[in-house]
Design a protein around this ligand. Structure first.
Ligand code: PEP
Ligand code: CO
Length: 516
């Protein structure tokens, strides 16, 4: 194996690459990106790495969610508030049932690039005589590559710089909201929950908040005022960012060997055994102290464009550029695992990505589909169990469950019951195998239209959205997302499941519940 450097991926075959019309222009942009400051700090990344080790050990639960494809347009006050409040509300619902810290990672502040199954698509366009004809255009690859509009499909490198600044502005507003008390448990009912029209959901959430507030009061009394300090609990609200690291030139430009306060201080393996003191709401701050040995730790490289990055199911070739890049960075990383992954390939991949066997370093994001999870997940679990790798198992119940609307063949959709079925089976299969399903990975949005209605992209859930309703407020430019209510439905059902499992009761069949 060749020595790793932030650019050694360039020696490997790459999939889903973008070809820019002007190489010199692209090189100018990459120089600019290398000059720009990191978006997140190495200390924050180390803090997430510690928490992921807890998830791998079953001591915390991971909630990851956001858009399939973020658009530059989403970088605006209200959409960011809605997304943040949705993740916070879901995490409180999960915390209430799971009784363990919830690690929150959003697909936000950089989730722009999209892998595509076909590089081009046929679209209807007017010809010179005003007649509609079919034309072949490049597929939309995400706002950091080209535009959704048919006239903007040529890749433009300046979009990479625009992606950085939109990520920075989004992240800045999230940090601002959190540091101004947005996540304060004493006001969650003020979050955009008032948009949820279902009174039953409203009531359930009020109960959750009451319950958590009581628990907080109890903790205060019981601990003499230091209550609620558990990491990822109610007082310590941390939000981490993530995206699919598809465009490696961009990722390489933000690969830095130290944080803003000096050299990186410790490896994720040397974790404190007890949670630190109570922290205020924040984008998670690293709180590690320099190693006391006096010996400088070896240089470590971090991807500072997000706390957590993942490799998509289409770009995870063992000898490919993406695996090469990922094997050298210190961040916690994810890999999408679909039906095409062979069990022995999975093990070889873990050996490459995590040679030091850091617990929780790699998250396996399984995404088989409701109809296939029983066929593929058990063999993947067995293969990993036979090694000394300690991974985070996460279920993405979205990407194997994409279907076409029967009412309108141009719309992609997902059925809530398929989503719940895949989650349920993942929980059950892990229970049978003695492993832990550590988290869920969802495509969701708190986005509302001008009348305050949620999007209509997935079918089912407590609001009983039907196929014929999809066109009412269908807004995604990529995959269909769970809307506000459907996301809360998932959170309530998973929370119930975790609560029952904790008490040793047989958990409710989530799939059956989803169909009722
Ligand atoms: C995604 O998460 O948006 C995605 C494209 O997933 P996958 O790589 O699993 O298809
Ligand atoms: Co998607």
């Amino acid at each position: 194996m060749v020595a790793w450097t932030p650019s050694s991926w360039r020696e490997k075959p790459i999939t889903q690459d973008v070809t820019y019309p002007d190489a010199a222009d692209h090189a100018r942009v990459v120089r600019k990106l290398k000059h720009l400051p990191p978006l997140v700090s190495t200390q924050e990344i180390d803090s997430l790495a510690e928490q992921m080790a807890d998830v791998a050990a079953g001591k915390a639960f991971l909630l990851q969610g956001g858009d399939c494809a973020e658009l530059f347009d989403y970088c605006s006050e209200t959409p960011i508030e809605h997304k943040l409040s949705l993740i916070l509300i879901m995490s409180l619902i999960l915390l209430n049932g799971a009784h363990i810290p919830i690690v929150r990672i959003m697909r936000i502040a950089g989730q722009y690039a999209k892998p595509r199954s076909k590089p081009t698509e046929m679209v209807d366009m007017p010809d010179d005589n005003g007649q509609t004809v079919k034309k072949e255009v490049l597929s939309f690859r995400g706002d950091n590559v080209n535009g959704y509009d048919m006239t903007e499909r040529a890749p433009d490198p300046d979009r990479l710089v625009a992606a950085y600044f939109h990520s920075a502005a989004t992240l800045n507003y999230i940090r601002t909201l959190l540091s101004s008390g947005f996540a304060d448990l004493h006001k969650p009912l003020e979050w955009s929950f008032s948009y949820v029209r279902n009174p039953e959901l409203q009531k359930q959430f009020e109960n959750v908040v009451e319950n958590l507030q009581d628990r907080l009061e109890f903790m205060k009394v019981a601990t003499g005022g230091a209550g609620g300090s558990e990491r990822g609990g109610t007082r310590t609200v941390n939000i981490f960012t993530s995206h699919e690291a598809l465009l490696l030139e961009y990722e390489e430009a933000f690969t830095r060997s130290s944080g803003f306060v000096g050299p990186s201080v410790s490896a994720p393996t040397s974790r404190p055994t007890t949670p630190g003191p109570s922290r205020s709401a924040s984008i998670a701050r690293g709180e590690r102290s320099p190693a006391s040995s006096g010996v400088l730790p070896p240089k470590r490289y971090y991807n500072t464009s997000a706390h957590f990055i993942w490799i998509g199911d289409r770009t995870r070739q063992l000898d490919g550029a993406h695996i090469e890049y990922f094997r050298g960075i210190a961040n916690p990383i994810g890999v999408k695992v679909g039906p095409g992954m062979q069990p022995d390939e999975l093990v070889r991949m873990l050996d490459i990505l995590n040679p030091d066997r850091v617990p929780g370093k790699v998250t396996l994001i399984s995404r088989y589909g409701a109809a296939k999870v029983d066929e593929y997940l058990p063999a993947h679990i067995d293969a990993v169990k036979a090694t000394d790798h300690v991974v985070v198992w996460q279920c993405d119940p979205m990407h194997g469950n994409t279907k076409t609307s029967t009412a309108d063949a141009s719309l992609k959709t997902r059925h809530f019951s398929d989503v719940m079925h895949e989650i349920t089976r993942a929980f059950e299969i892990h229970r049978e195998k003695g492993t832990v399903l550590g988290g869920i990975h969802l495509e969701l949005t708190g986005e509302l239209n001008d009348e305050g209605y949620s999007v209509t992209e997935c079918i089912g859930g407590s609001m009983e959205l039907e196929d014929k309703d999809l066109s009412l407020n269908y807004r995604t430019h990529c995959d269909p997302r769970l809307n506000y209510e459907q996301s809360l439905d998932v959170a309530f059902q998973v929370s119930d499941y975790l609560a029952a499992a904790k008490k040793g009761r047989k958990p409710r069949d989530l799939f059956k519940a989803a169909r009722q």
